[in-house]
Design a protein around this ligand. Sequence first.
Ligand SMILES: [Zn+2]
Length: 285
Amino acid sequence: MTLVDTYLKANVSSADQFTYKIFQQNALQYMINTEMKNHMLYKQDCKGDLKFDTEAQVKWGLAWQERFQCNICGFKSAFHKLYEEVESLKRGRRAATVNIGAQVGLIHTPISNKNFSEILNAANIISPSSSGLQKCANKVSKVVEKVNKDDMENIRKNLANDNKTLGLSNEKLVRVESDARNFPGRAHAAVLMVNNKYSNSVIKLSVQLGAAITPGSLVAKQLKQRHKIDIRNAQRKRLISSKLRRANSRRRKYKLHASIHYPLSVYYKKGLADSGNEDCDNICD
Ligand SMILES: [Zn+2]
């Protein structure tokens, strides 16, 4: 019996109530206010407490549909969707904005859905199913491709300058981590991010997907803060002093590498580390 097996036995009844869940605040407030009144109408002087009915909870990715039950009189509330749905013309159960938003965030990072679930579990948060995560990822991937292509069309002329600002020699060198399944989406997101910076890229995509960031919220303020830092970093990269620092660091690393691998002393030659440079043959031999 391993450690994880010992964790299958609950110490308390309704153990799920001691984990964390994501609820939209407005929906939760409405549920509490409405159902407390309904409880009073159901049994006027009941002194019981309303608790989440964890047996009846319905998981929808990171979001939940919940109902309350009274621990004394047996009152059971109506079900409440404690999330917002994306606007969609398609029939059937609509995605929760939080699930789409999480994928918009993930596609900008090298974090896979599996890693995302691991982070959630470590934070004592119940993670979505892998198939559900993948479904939302596919949806986001499709849209990011379209948004990026449109965006590229608009800014093609300025692209070379933008990349120069960011220290990239051309757009093909945008760094993308490989996650085989979502690779095309990640590639497009990476380009969109280089051209628009993280915050604008996220806002653009979330609007397109019907899962917009709430204007005027702390989230919007945090994105603005992040944008300021991105701009400052991009400007810093252009400074001569930064360029010198990078060149020095490159030279130092190369010297170290050479001292280990080559018997004779060799020096870093400009362009040596660039891929596809055939001039390096004579030095590497
Ligand atoms: Zn009651």
